[in-house]
Each structure stands twice: as C-alpha cells, then as structure tokens.
Design a protein. Structure first.
Length: 498
C-alpha cells in the first residue's frame, strides 16, 4: 500500500510533547505516545519535533530499529521531498558533540605506525563512555594486562641462512581460506565507535580476506551486517566467512530463532561463549553513566543505569543463561544443523579435552580480554598448557586464541604453540575509530610485522612453525602438567576431573 506524502508545512505543526512527529530516513513517524517512554528521555525527541531526525538517530541506532519497534499506526507517511526548505533541513544548533571533539583530537591515520598508536588515538578521541567500555576489564584488570605481558616473556629462537625472499601468511579456519591468520573476535555495540559499527567492520574484513565474528550484542541485526559484507566485491571468488557468537538466552526459544536466522542468512560457524555465565565487574565502565538510547537490535535490550552503575556489559548481558552446560552443544547442533560449533572461552587443558570428547569442532582460548574473571590465566599460557598436558587436542580440534595480541611477534608465537589463527577484539574497535580504512591499516601493520618475524625466524609459510622456535622457560613454571598437576595430590577426586 502506497504511503501518503506529507509536506514539511504539515510536519512542523506537530512539534510539541502532546503532538510530536519527526522524520527518519524519509518516513514520518508519530512518536507522541512513545515519547514519555523513550529510554534517552523526551527532551532529545523534542529537539527534533516536527523536523528531520535522521542524522541524530543514525548516530545511535540501527536503521531498522524504529521500523520494527514502533507499531504500524505510528508510521504516518512519507516526507514530500519537494516541500523541503533550507531552514527546515538545517539541524538544530548545538554545541560541539563528543564525536566532533573526537575528530579534532584524533591524529591522522597515516601517522599511526603500530597497534599501540591506535590505542592512544582511541583514548584521546573516543567519548569517555566508549573508551571505558572498550578498554575496561574485570576488577583490577590483572588478566587483561597479563594477556599482553605473557607474550613478552616468551622468547623467539631465530633460525638463519634460509631463503626467505617470499613468505606466505595465508591459512584456513574451519575449511575457509584466509589471507592472514587473524580474525575479528566478537565485540559488542560497535556503533559507539563508528556510525556504521559492525557493518563497517564487515566491509573491512571482507576486503582483507579475514573472518568476522558477529556478537549477539551487535549494534546492527545480523542480516544488515551481512548486507554490508556482501557489498564488498573481491577479485578472487574465495568466500570470506562470517561467524556468529552466541550468548545463550535464558529464553531458549529466542536463541533457537536466532540460530535459525543467522544460519539461513549465511553464518558459517557458531561460537558459543562459555567463559561468561554472568558478566564480570568492569569498574571503569560502571563509573560512567550509560547513554540510555543505546540498544542492541538482536537482543532487544536497551542500556540503563542502576544503583550498581552504568556498565553496558552487565546491563546488556542480563539475558545470558547461566545454566548452559556441555549437553547444549548437541542442542545447538539441532538448531543449526551442519554448521560447525566452536567453544569460545576455554581456559584449561581439562576443558579442552572435554570439548574434544563433547564433539566441538574447535575451541577459542579466551578470557574475554580479561573482562570476565580477573586473575584467570593469560590465554597464551593456556595454549602452552595444551601443548604440555593434552597435545592430542590439536589433532582433533582447531584451536584459536585471543587476548593481548598487539604485535606480529605475538601472532607468530601463538601459531608456534599450535593456534590455527588468532582473534583480535579491542584492536578492531580502535581501528574502527577511522572506519574501514582504519581497520585495514591496523591489520596491514600486523601483517607486515608478522611477515618480518617469519623472515627473521627462517619461516616462509605457516605450516613450518613449531614450538622449537620459542623458548618458554620464563613461564614454564606457571603451567601445570598432566599427572603432576599441583592440585591432584590434595584430593583423590580432583585428579579424575583434570
């Protein structure tokens, strides 16, 4: 049914709290009844009463949210573009926004020459809430910091006099070819860092030939992220996969429907998060109030503040089911038949072995970037634990690792210890600060550092890496091993659980 055209003159007549119309993406909406319940407050709506609110709306929300949230009775008609005047189309005057201030503080992209430069640029230019959300970790942040520091304690053992003129950093993940051993680990609420959020990450990943993992708490619906991903055309016809990270919902029907939707739309694997049955206490994020207009279209949750603070992770993660157990791997397979299932958040050799016997296709060694349980082990040390305690896991599962990766040498060390690929989370958000080009530059830097490390160590392809290229003596004492596990002697039942 064709919607009626509505003139600017008519729209401007509806500009009070008792009669409030506004325009988003050319559609005229009557938000009078909704305004008192708007999570961001009625005042922000009044700023755009009788006007075009598209720009302000798109800075925070997915384009589909208003269409699906407001009942059809609120969809008044279409804006008659022939009636637009210059004065009406000029947005309300306001002071410099946090985003505008960020652009002023942001150094030029070509001045950034390492991953740490991107982090410093993000700290300067992100809004205080965005920086707190991206950089924060659980309680004292020990695990977040140890993720990175543990890489520094592992020493490279370079080999010499090899022909290293040409190197190949390509690999594969779950059967899909990738141009480098890096993938985008799931991060939430991407729109806080760029208007296109996960859509822009998708475009960058596709252009780089590396996988993207989309979070349950993404700023855009999975279908819209896939649309953006498919907009990028490559010269080669190789498929660049998109994976879906699942937080199990307390309402299993919602997770079941979600799995159906994402697999039908093209998700090539399900990464079940297992290290966060509840959300960790992220104090920096709690201290800064949340923008209550922020929402996740895939979960339907909106940010709010309470007596504990304003941590987006805790608030947006309130739907997570703490009763998820090993048998749920079979449940996921029934909901998403034929799609690989990977456990995201394995932190011990014992659970790696259980994952192997439970039928998982892969495991991602992860501690949520230190955001879940503080003083949990650095992920590279868990990888080393697998090498010492259960090397057979590598023959049955693909093993990935994320957390603390900020140099090409870090990537190389993880690959030497058996990781098939490494995930990066925060780094993609810091690159997203500059959009698609920022992510491309960020990954290009890591790729260049990885190739340099390969050449320096006498390696020309990733199938040549092995633990002998590393000296792990500085951290070996931190790794329990098999029957000598330090807790086994304390209780006879403990040994059987290892």
């Amino acid at each position: 049914m064709q919607q009626r055209l509505i003139s600017v003159e008519e729209i401007t007549k509806h500009s009070s709290v008792d009669d409030l119309w506004l325009v988003v993406d050319g559609t005229v909406y009557d938000v009078t009844a909704f305004a008192p319940n708007h999570p961001g407050g009625v005042n922000i709506l009044l700023q755009y009463a009788g006007r075009d609110a598209t720009k302000a709306y798109s800075e925070v929300h997915s384009s589909s949210l208003i269409k699906t949230t407001l009942p059809s009775a609120c969809h008044v008609g279409r804006l008659d573009t022939n009636t637009i005047t210059e004065s009406w189309s000029t947005p309300p005057s306001k002071s410099t926004s946090p985003q505008d201030k960020g652009e002023i503080l942001k150094p030029p992209l070509d001045s950034l020459i390492c991953a740490h430069d991107f982090e410093l640029a993000a700290e300067k230019s992100f809004t205080p809430k965005a920086w707190a959300f991206a950089s924060s970790a659980a309680t004292d942040c020990y695990t977040r910091d140890r993720n990175r520091e543990a890489y520094r304690d592992i020493i490279l053992r370079p080999r010499i006099l090899r022909n290293v003129k040409d190197v190949d950093r390509s690999t594969s993940m779950l059967g899909f070819k990738m141009k480098s051993p890096i993938f985008c680990s799931a991060t939430s609420m991407g729109k806080m860092f760029h208007p296109q959020g996960e859509r822009e990450i998708g475009r960058a990943c596709k252009s780089l030939g590396i996988p993207q993992m989309v979070s349950t708490s993404a700023s855009y619906p999975f279908s819209e992220i896939m649309d953006a991903h498919e907009q990028v055309e490559l010269a080669s016809h190789e498929e660049t996969p998109v994976f879906f990270q699942l937080y199990m919902n307390k309402d299993r029907k919602k997770s079941e429907e979600q799995l159906k939707q994402v697999t039908e739309r093209g998700a090539k694997a399900i990464f079940l998060t297992v290290d966060a049955p509840v959300t960790g206490k992220r104090e920096a994020d709690e201290r800064i109030k949340a923008d209550e207009s922020v929402a996740s279209p895939m979960t339907g949750l909106q940010a709010k503040n309470d007596k504990k603070g304003g941590a987006l992770g805790r608030i947006m993660g309130s739907f997570i089911d703490p009763t998820t157990v090993w048998d749920d791997i079979k449940w996921i397979r029934r909901c998403a038949p034929g799609v690989p299932v990977v456990l995201k958040g394995v932190q011990t050799a014992a659970d790696a072995v259980k994952a192997m016997h439970a039928g998982a296709d892969g495991i991602l060694l992860s501690n949520h970037g230190g955001r879940s349980l503080d003083t949990s082990p650095a992920t590279i040390l868990v990888l080393l634990e697998l090498q010492k305690c259960c090397p057979q896991v590598f023959d049955h599962l693909e093993v990935y690792v994320d957390g603390g990766v900020s140099r090409g040498t870090d990537i190389f060390k993880a690959l030497c210890l058996g990781a098939k690929a490494v995930g990066i989370g925060r780094g993609f958000l810091y690159g997203l600060n500059y959009g698609k080009e920022g992510i491309q530059h960020y990954i290009d830097i890591l790729n260049d550092e990885l190739e340099t490390t390969m050449r320096m160590c006498g390696v020309t392809s990733l199938d040549q890496v092995h633990p002998g290229l590393l000296h792990t003596g500085a951290v070996d004492h931190l790794i329990p091993s098999g029957e000598d596990h330090p807790y086994a002697r304390w209780h006879p039942k403990v040994k059987s659980r290892l």
